[in-house]
Design a protein around this ligand. Structure first.
Ligand SMILES: Cc1ncc(COP(=O)(O)O)c(C=O)c1O
Length: 443
């Protein structure tokens, strides 16, 4: 075997086919893909319309450089997406991965302030827990100590403030005056750093893996918006995980009634049929560069890739034609109603989320919310038990205090049916039983 796998010394099931929400391995075992791989396969697997759109584009031309030419798929994708964007976001720049989109968004923020004659604005503020990717600037913005320690000498000093995480906040997310849950901590941070030094604040509008689908208070992002406006700080919404419908609206910032200055997206934007991500920005930011240097300093070979954009166009049209974002909101309500009883099971501390995004947090002791020791590897063992039971979930660790904390995420394709949701719940219970059974002294 010549593949350098991510997890070494680990046997991977070999998938040979996908059907809707299901993946089938070479032995015929069926896996209910309850997290769309990594919050990606939003249309389900083997969608013939997307496959045809990709093939058709590849037959016309596969690649051309985005610095030399424009083409149909990139123009159509920008138009399809522009229809859905919040606020004054209007221009789209396409890349491949979420990490690249975050790099581009933060570099754009820096370039914008330089072009505006404010070169001292270079600090970035980000949340902890939080995740924005694995390339060095995106990793710097992420609060994942275990991923960062080895690379510390290469990382940028990003200023961290606590994320709204109601389950682990003293106020339980209920107090409008809590500095963390109200967003007031952002203002303190900007004041401490000096607004003249701060370029951008980056945040996930609904927590992804890092806070397990935690949703800030309804007024949180209004406060953030107002603070950013007052201090001339760009608000970057990282919608890589929660965007393109995942939380039941096109963009997760929508229910807060605010729009960011820069938005990143990725994952589900092509339904996973091609590596596609990007940033959305308003004319006022693009114009600052157009009227200055005239060149966005973030070139990548595969930006505006024709085949990836064709996959994106087909995905956007499929989502619109089949009203799948509305369906995501509707099925999201069903998902949360059916998941709720899991909270009665041993070690399930909290079940939360929005739309077809749910986080289930495990604790050793439900009354005190004390997490398992990290050595128990509860989330990892649960995810493996779920896979054995034919269910994919996404585990996350470390959110309780930077080291401990175990949760898993569920984020099924938008085409999921009610009986498949029931199947998620029953397989989840089986996996929990297995995890506990192998944990004799603890359970
Ligand atoms: C919120 C968020 N931003 C950025 C990224 C990085 O995306 P990618 O893994 O495609 O580089 C992720 C990945 O999980 C993410 O969840």
């Amino acid at each position: 075997m010549s593949v350098f796998y991510r997890k070494l010394n680990h046997p991977y099931p070999r998938i040979v086919r996908g059907e809707g929400c299901w993946l089938i391995d070479e032995r015929g075992k069926r896996y209910l893909d309850a997290v769309g791989g990594a919050y990606v396969a939003n249309l389900g697997h083997s969608n013939p319309e997307i496959a045809e759109a990709i093939a058709q584009q590849a037959r016309e031309f596969g690649y051309l450089s985005g610095t030399m030419f424009t083409h149909g798929p990139v123009e159509e994708l920008a138009a399809e997406m522009a229809d859905t964007l919040p606020g004054d976001l209007s221009k789209l720049y396409f890349l491949c991965s979420g990490s690249e989109a975050v790099e581009a968004a933060l570099k754009l923020a820096r370039q914008y302030w330089i072009e505006r004659g404010k070169p001292s604005k270079q600090r970035i503020i980000a949340l902890g827990p939080g995740y924005h990717g694995s390339t060095l600037l995106a990793l710097s913005a992420s609060a994942r100590e275990a991923y960062k320690t080895m690379f510390r000498p290469w990382l940028v000093d990003v200023h961290r403030i606590p994320a709204s995480y109601p389950y682990r906040c003293e106020c339980g997310g209920k107090s409008p005056t809590c500095p963390v849950c109200s967003g007031a901590v952002l203002e303190e941070a900007i004041t401490r750093l000096g607004a003249e030094n701060v370029a951008a604040f980056i945040a996930e509008p609904v927590g992804g893996s890092s806070t397990g689908g935690s949703t800030p208070r309804p007024e949180y992002f209004k406060r953030v918006r107002e603070i950013c406006d007052r201090h001339d700080v760009l608000f970057v919404a990282d919608e890589v995980l929660v965007g393109v419908g995942r939380t039941g609206t096109w963009w997760a910032t929508e229910p807060y009634g605010v729009a960011p200055d820069v938005m990143t997206f990725g994952k589900g934007v092509s339904g996973g049929y091609a590596a596609l991500s990007g940033i959305a920005v308003p004319d006022r930011i693009v114009d600052a560069i157009a009227n200055g240097s005239g060149n966005f300093l973030h070139a990548q070979t595969f930006s505006h890739h024709p085949v990836a954009c064709a996959a994106g166009v087909a995905t956007m049209r499929y989502l619109k034609q089949h009203r799948l974002v509305e369906r995501c909101a509707r099925m999201g309500r069903v998902l949360h109603e059916r998941l709720r009883p899991l909270a009665d099971l041993p070690h399930v501390g909290d079940v939360r989320g929005r739309g077809l995004l749910a986080g289930i947090e495990f604790v050793e002791d439900k009354a005190s919310r004390a997490p398992f020791p990290r050595s128990a590897k509860f989330a990892e063992r649960f995810a493996q038990a779920a896979l054995d039971a034919g269910l994919t979930v996404w585990p996350n660790v470390g959110h309780a205090d930077g080291t401990t904390g175990d949760l898993v995420m569920v984020a099924p394709p938008f085409i999921i049916e009610e009986q498949e949701i029931d199947e998620i719940v029953s397989r989840f219970a089986v996996a929990l039983e297995t995890t506990r059974a192998h944990d004799g002294h603890r359970a």
